[in-house]
Write a protein of this length. Sequence first.
Length: 188
Amino acid sequence: MTSADIRPGDPVEAGRVLARAFHDAPVINWMLPGSTGVPLMFAMLSRHMHAITEAVHDEGGAMVGAALWDPPGHVPDFESAVPGFVEAMGERVSYGMVLEETLAAHRPQESHWYLAQIGTVPERQGSGLGGALMRSGLARCDIDALPAYLENSKEANLPFYERHGFAVTEKFWLPDGPPIWGMWREAV
């Protein structure tokens, strides 16, 4: 396994890293096909919508992966995020609203940690850095003795999440869009 340096991440750099990691994600391609605004969108998510931005860095110190987490009860700062989302998404901002409403409708009501996004840059996928980033976040869940929840839109990623203790709880679809798998990890 590759050694990993995990620490809080800068929102702008996390936005660039997550945009690269999600370049082929069905939800991103449904919401913002061919858009250059994806890095800004992820930066806005990191800065205003999610409580924790954690990043993994390679041996040279470059950020190569990021994860966005929310503890139970976290309230996003929608008001501050709106201008950035409008800039990033332009006329497709309504797709982002539909996405958020759909995900919220399926999110469990039980107290849990929420993994909003996790990804590594394409050239480092499969190197163990994403797993290290996942274990770091799950350690917080375990300290709190709380379950974790995520949504996944790429079927090929299901085994990664399952290796970390997540199980599919449901499969649902975005309106005229791709499927999403809701995944739950019990408290340890």
